[in-house]
Design a protein around this ligand. Structure first.
Ligand SMILES: Nc1ncnc2c1ncn2[C@@H]1O[C@H](COP(=O)(O)OP(=O)(O)O)[C@@H](O)[C@H]1O
Ligand SMILES: [Mg+2]
Length: 257
């Protein structure tokens, strides 16, 4: 299963947005073949971690390291990180009026692979993944995310990730707002994405996606850092006991949080 090659190493990462320190020392290692989940209440800094990994200019790194396959990526612009195989599915995808899904996907594959993909070859590749995800042909001619349902937006994200074959895929709340069928489709897409050579980081507020994608490790995020880590059973425990449980467990004895 895991070949234990580190895909992502995050060391003592501190991130500031404007004047506020949001991430306060994140440590995380994802090895090849591993699926990790980060869970945490809203505002705990989960999306900040994903933006910082991708190199969003608003998120200033004040301390720490991020290594992708052993290479320090913090000085690299976002497109260079993407070319190295880092892919992020955002919590709030944007719509691109006038750009069809098929042109969008072809352009993103070209940008990452650094060369034009012949139309016929691209279509064939696309067809395979569309079938996996239950996406119909007419989807390709629609404009990116325009009038898309929550489920359609997420299907597009997973379709894009499937084509890009990332070294590390970060999915930020890809499960939010999905009905059960869309959730299962997204989960199947994530499971199909996972290989022995890549890593997957699922960021989620709810446990329900983890009923269909079983992570090897679950981390609880609280106030800008990972406060607890465990196996997939930790997700179920969190669902039952709530995030309060972790906070209380961590509080020094005799102190009311
Ligand atoms: N671009 C931003 N500008 C100002 N504050 C931000 C920005 N992004 C995040 N924050 C703040 O950082 C904290 C963590 O947010 P976020 O990373 O979105 O948490 P989560 O994804 O866990 O809900 C929140 O207090 C939020 O208001
Ligand atoms: Mg978020």
């Amino acid at each position: 299963m895991s070949s234990k090659e580190p895909i992502l190493v995050v060391e003592d990462l501190h991130v500031r947005v404007e004047d506020k320190e949001i991430l306060k020392g994140v440590n995380l290692t994802i090895n090849a073949g591993e699926i990790h989940a980060i869970m945490g209440r809203n505002g705990s800094g989960k999306s900040t971690l994903s933006y910082a990994l991708m190199g969003h200019p608003r998120y200033q790194i004040t301390a720490g390291k991020v290594l992708l396959k052993g290479k320090d990526i913090l000085e690299l612009p976002t497109n260079e990180r993407a070319k190295m195989g880092l892919a992020l599915a955002f919590q709030y995808p944007v719509s691109i009026p006038g750009v069809s899904v098929s042109n969008f996907l072809r352009a993103s594959v070209k940008a990452i692979r650094g060369k034009e993909v012949p139309v016929k070859e691209f279509r064939q590749e696309l067809k395979v993944h569309m079938k996996e995800l239950g996406v119909k042909d007419e989807f390709l001619s629609r404009y990116v995310n325009e009038g898309f349902s929550g489920g359609e937006k997420k299907r597009l994200e997973i379709l894009q990730l499937s084509l890009l074959k990332p070294v590390l895929a970060v999915l930020d709340e890809t499960d939010s707002g999905l009905d059960i069928d869309a959730l299962k489709t997204v989960a199947a897409g994530v499971n199909a994405l996972a290989t022995a050579d890549n890593g997957i980081l699922l960021i989620t507020h709810y446990q329900r996606l983890l009923d269909y994608v079983e992570p090897h490790f679950v981390h609880v995020f609280e106030d800008g850092r990972i406060v607890k880590s465990g196996g997939s059973e930790l997700a179920k425990e969190l669902e039952e006991r709530g995030y309060e449980w972790v906070t209380q467990e961590l509080a020094p004895v005799g102190v009311t949080p």
